[in-house]
Design a protein around this ligand. Sequence first.
Ligand code: ATP
Ligand code: MG
Length: 721
Amino acid sequence: MDVTSIIESLNDAQRQAVTAPSQAMLVLAGAGSGKTRVLVHRIAWQIKVEGVPAHGILAVTFTNKAAKEMRGRIQDLLNIPAQALWIGTFHGIAHRLLRRHAKQARLPDTFQVMDSSDQLRVIKRLLNTLNLDDSRWPPREVQWYINAQKDEGIRARHMIETADAHQRQMLTIYRAYEELCDRSGLVDFTELLLRAHELLRDNPDLLDFYQQRFRQVHVDEFQDTNTIQYAWLRLLTGGRDNLFVVGDDDQSIYGWRGAKIENIYRFQKNYPNHQVIKLEQNYRSTGTILKAANKVIARNEGRMGKELWTDSGEGELILLYAAFNEQDEAYFVVERIRAWVKEGGLRSEAAILYRSNAQSRQFEEKLMATATPYRVYGGLRFFDRAEIKNALAYLRLISNRNDDASFERIVNTPTRGIGIKILDDIRNIARDQSISLWAAAIVLINQRSMTARSRNALIGFLELIKQLDKQAEGLELYEKVKLVVEKSRLVELYQKEKMDKGEEKIENLEELVNAARLFDFDRENEESLGELDMFLTHAALESGNNQADDYEDCVQLMTLHSAKGLEFKLVFLVGMEEGLFPSQQSVDDVGRLEEERRLCYVGMTRAMQQLYLTYAESRRLYGRETYPRPSRFVREIPGEFIQEVRMRATVSRPVAAVQPKVTSLQPAGSYKPGQRVSHAKFGEGVVLQMEGAGAQERAQINFKQAGVKWLMLSYAKLEML
Ligand code: ATP
Ligand code: MG
């Protein structure tokens, strides 16, 4: 048997991990050391050499993108279609289990998955029915609370009433939320995991079946698993030693969402016969990038401690650019990418990584202005847009009349004369009788208590949905979507909207029909599910993949969180500012600050060849002009690895933003003899000569009023004229 292709491109430690006989194993190693590669090759090895059937493999990764890549790589290595392997995210796999065994999971066959904004809407509505004030009970906080309980496997019924009034109220809300979801057949993201865990725990036959089936279980990015995910892995592996996990404690970045780094210790305790393998060679980044990242992460306490080295040479210095403002920052980044492309680089080799989604807009605008194709992962995703959600809500209601969230969303969209009062009546009936909004609407119609106009409007709506359901029968999926888009009168609604906005929405609806047409059933591989339900689930679970074509060469934009596990030749870490990154909420909390630092480590180690760091001296944030200081993470990189980029700003400093507060890292070297400058105290002057470098750089300036002075550039707050 020829296994060369599986082991030839591995170093000794990697080969040891890949070829070890079946046993529990933990590969603990830093970024870019080949953990994911080892995992993929081990799966191939098990199939080819150990004779594990493809359907006996379960592999869990963190994003859909990673799962897709993994499947592709195994397919290439083995030269077989990898369809039979269960590879996916925890959520995706949990969902698949629930679909297959809905009844045993105590779910209706037609249950719908809610994404986090659906969930938030349901919570808002619930608070409303419970007569709770939004300002005292912020829906986001409630959402966070509910999810945090579920992440720990705690149901409302497990919780004990406490004397604390706030706690008690939260518990009441949680209980009501569970009831509502059960009644409507709605499942949120955390519920997927919890429900799948309970499914296996409470059905011994089923558990036995899957334990037999999955002979080998593999987990990538193990450091970011939470309590319920780990419990689920324990169940699936039973008492056996067939769990193979890879991870890096320095890249644990989901603590805020319940991830438990302790799972690494638990694993070691729960699988006493495990083997630990450490990988120390980094194959991804240049020496400079690697050393700089190592220096930053070294500031964290309580690390498991790993050393990474590379033999790929020092490479280029890290480039640091201080932009005047966020527009200048975006301009700079986009110009550098254009230069990269001009020199033969691919757009997809360049990534712009930011701390929060809202930062993407500036870059998107500059990219659009230069007609540079790009793709945003996460963030304002295609399936999250209001018009798309409206169309999907029609489809959802057609598929499941009990879907209250969808009912609520579209009962009066487009407006059809069903006012708030009627909706309240429907809600009350639904609550009193514990029935769905749809059923409550029928009750209300039969009560004949409304005005004839309202009653007709409501009847009209129910009829429309029934009719659509009937007409959709036998149609292809995309025809169904098209039917809904046309008959719902959503297009008419947006036609009335002024200017481009409405047009864009109509285009998006057309794109939805297109997405349905291109929808890949095989890949989803959900045998028990109707096409429409599969598509709707796909819309809730997988998002952000509809901007540029999968095969189009485009610049990659994403948050640092979603960049985990990926790599790019050219990486821009933007918005390197105190208050943004690290975020304001984390600067006073050591634990959170360390998580931000790990996030910075993740970001830096995505870069293969060239890493850029940028920050803006003034930034419009949440509607205010701010003058942030450069991020402490920039200062934590030794100066020897950094070179400041000097260029004349392309966007002039806005009048309101004359003086950045602290500019210890102001780009130096941009001053030349003859340059006219202005100083807050000394007024206008002309640069005579320069001296020193870096933080020590000084300029001799002849001020009109104040005469000749030597100023430290890092403190002088000079403005070029
Ligand atoms: P991360 O912690 O960021 O997830 P990782 O440890 O999973 O990183 P991989 O993504 O598996 O690392 O590998 C990083 C890069 O190094 C990839 O491009 C991979 O193909 C390459 N690589 C890994 N091992 C080797 C090797 N033995 N020879 C050549 N290239 C390798
Ligand atoms: Mg990896």
